[in-house]
Design a protein around this ligand. Structure first.
Ligand code: FE
Length: 336
């Protein structure tokens, strides 16, 4: 016991001496993360264990983190920004908060529609925003597309989350990219006409309302469905993959980018590259029941059990570019 303590002490002293304060500072990677602590901590610990590079992180919501980066400017200690939704990543890039990164590893690991065409942000996990239905009242044969949720057969049966949530803004932005504003406005209006009740504040409430019989169909992110299913394996809900053979399922990402004023841009780039690698992809995506973006990596068994689907391959940067138009359009259509 005593000997063990002595040796631990020795090791600690030896490390302090050999590394030195300056070396540690230069090697640290500072991450601002809108991705929650329990989802990133195990990954960062694994990275530090593997590379010896220390990661310091701050977690908050996307908005405040971007405001902070902007206010700090050149004095920011952040090297890497991690957040969810292409709309948020696009905004960070548009505000000049992210640096352009040329990396053959990122190019190889991340499909081109899931990253910024100008290489300022990169998708690291994929979530589908898809249709969910009550299995005791709806058959999958009755469902086809997002657009068809506006059919009169769903009158008083559709449940949606609020249009204030960036996920729905991105969904509508991608519909605009595909159909143009006029047609998309008619689609959104037809959804509003079918609403069983006012939109909910989150996806889980939407699904619970379907379970309670308030409505029969809704639109949710896959991992929220996964969380409910984990709590109740006999859940009377199922996912439906719409627009197959057409535009595909609407997908979005959580992702990141190296900050414009990073002090350790190389370290931040290496961390991004590692997060896109096969070994980290399963941990990163699986921790939140999401899909890996790296096509060489299989989804977690729980996630794969929901079935495979063809995804929309339109570059998700469109979700940011058309976000303001989507917000105005939803307002005009009466989607609150
Ligand atoms: Fe979410």
């Amino acid at each position: 016991m005593f000997l063990k303590r002595i040796s631990t002490l020795f090791l600690t002293v030896a490390l302090l001496v050999s590394i030195g304060q300056e070396f540690v500072m230069a090697d640290e990677i500072v991450v601002y993360s809108a991705r929650k602590e329990h989802l990133i901590k195990p990954l960062f610990e694994a990275y530090t264990k593997e590379t010896g590079e220390k990661i310091i992180y701050v977690t908050d919501k996307a908005g405040p983190l971007m405001q902070r980066l902007k206010a700090e400017g050149k004095n920011s200690r952040a090297d890497l920004l991690l957040t969810v939704d292409a709309g948020n990543l696009w905004h960070a890039a548009n505000e000049g908060l992210l640096a352009t990164i040329q990396s053959p590893i990122l190019d190889k690991n991340i499909p081109s529609h899931l990253k910024d065409p100008k290489n300022r942000w990169f998708g690291l996990s994929l979530r589908a925003r898809t249709i969910v239905y009550a299995t005791d009242r709806v058959t999958p044969e009755q469902l086809t597309t997002y657009e068809a949720l506006g059919d009169t057969k769903w009158k008083g049966k559709l449940l949606l989350r609020t249009s204030k949530k960036v996920y729905n803004q991105s969904l509508v932005a991608m519909l605009i990219a595909e159909h143009g504003e006029e047609k998309t406005e008619a689609i959104v209006k037809s959804w509003v006409d079918n609403l069983a009740t006012a939109p909910f504040s989150n996806d889980t409430k939407t699904m619970k309302a379907i379970l309670a019989g308030q409505g029969d169909v809704g639109i949710v992110n896959t991992y929220y469905f996964g969380r409910l299913l984990k709590k109740d394996p006999n859940l009377k809900l199922a996912l439906f993959w719409p627009n197959q053979g057409g535009s595909g399922v609407h997908v979005n990402v959580s992702g990141g980018g190296v900050t414009a004023h990073a002090r350790n841009p190389q370290g931040a780039t290496r961390l991004l590259e590692w997060l896109s690698s096969p070994k980290a992809q399963n941990l990163f995506a699986g921790a939140n029941m999401e899909y890996p973006v790296n096509p060489d990596v299989q989804a977690d068994a729980t996630v794969a059990a929901w079935g495979s689907f063809q995804e929309n391959k339109l570059n998700i940067a469109k979700a940011g570019e058309l976000q303001a138009a989507a917000i105005r359009l939803m307002d005009r259509a009466g989607y609150r």
